[in-house]
Design a protein around this ligand. Sequence first.
Ligand code: PLP
Length: 448
Amino acid sequence: MNIQTPPGKTQIVPNDLSSFWMPFTANRQFKQDPRLFVSARDMHYTTPDGRQVLDGTAGLWCVNAGHARPRIVEAVQQQIATLDFAPTFNMGHPIAFELANRLAAMAPEGINRVFFTNSGSESVDTALKIALAYQRAVGRGERVRLIGRERGYHGVGFGGMSVGGIASNRKAFGTMLPGVDHIRHTHDLARNAFSKGQPEHGVEFADDLERVIALHDAATIAAVIVEPIAGSTGVLIPPKGYLQRLRQICDKHGILLIFDEVITGFGRLGSNFAADHFGVTPDIITTAKGLTNGSIPMGAVFVKDAIYEAFMQGPPEAIEFFHGYTYSAHPVACAASLATLDTYQEEDLFARCASLAPYWRDALHNGLKDCPHVIDVRNEGLIGAIELDPIKGEPTKRAFKAFTDAFKAGLLIRTTGDIIALSPPLIISKSQIDELVDTLRKVLLTAG
Ligand SMILES: Cc1ncc(COP(=O)(O)O)c(C=O)c1O
């Protein structure tokens, strides 16, 4: 492949973009006007022409400790030179067990078992399989239905896509898993626009689960899966009391509750998990992203002890769960994760997130609520969203223009539909929050 070095620049950029079929991207549009990063450190990316871009999204909600953190870089380098790979099917390596123990100690009480995967999508499919197999193991094999939520995002595997509730992610891909239904989403701008933190209205949206249960009969339902905060669909913060009520309904009917914490886990809300932040303990938690600070692909599914124990029946030489990935607990990912947890701990980054959250909230609301076309600003922890009024007949266009304008102005944001989502690394400073909001304000003020 030919590469070119722009005159006077040390970085190289590819001059042929044709072969890489880019994920979740308008490939033809991108390749006409590409946006590239060639390096990153702490709060900034660098472009091939040497521009610094403030990371307002922690990459893709994953680089919670900021980029190229020395401990993580060193741990990965050392691990790959020491034990590059070891199977975890009927074999083991020490740091897989060490990491699982460290993670269990971080999880809510009663959740002490960890199954490793390589992504959020794999974590979700693993969690759904655990839920189904658990029900069978405890003699309730007729509980085969899975319930998701409209506007939910649970990755792109067939399981996650089926319980997910984003039409564009589903419509081209056939009939999905059978036996899946969805409860309604919680977005209610008419009552909750410009809420600071959790919206006041909408606890009753949880009762939609009773409707679905009445329709299918609780005795056929294995599990309900929701994101505590729906991230990818535009940052939908749960109304006050909503998650508590979902928990109560699941308990009443013997249904497992799965929190998909791929975004909310590892400090994003100022605590280990959203479960801690909102004070609601699910039965299973799915994670990825911040688990390794985005450095090496890895996911983890956290499971209540009682669920694990239900599998540990029968002859001890029998495999209890016919599931796993070649790269489950990959040594380099384990090393990256241990170093990530050390970094979070040493720098007390989750507490830092919690203490910055009020500043973040005020900066977003005060700085952006009066910009043109803004119909909502919302926040929780170090997550924010600005919802724009779509251009008539051209949904997504307004937000996408803001995205490209922000990139030109030195800021990485993320958009979904006409919603701008923000989730900076937890190391962001107050002056960088100001810079982020000022840049976005200028972008929105000049947008059409
Ligand atoms: C809540 C949630 N679940 C699952 C996923 C899928 O994760 P991955 O892209 O690592 O497969 C994501 C990704 O954004 C997510 O936000």
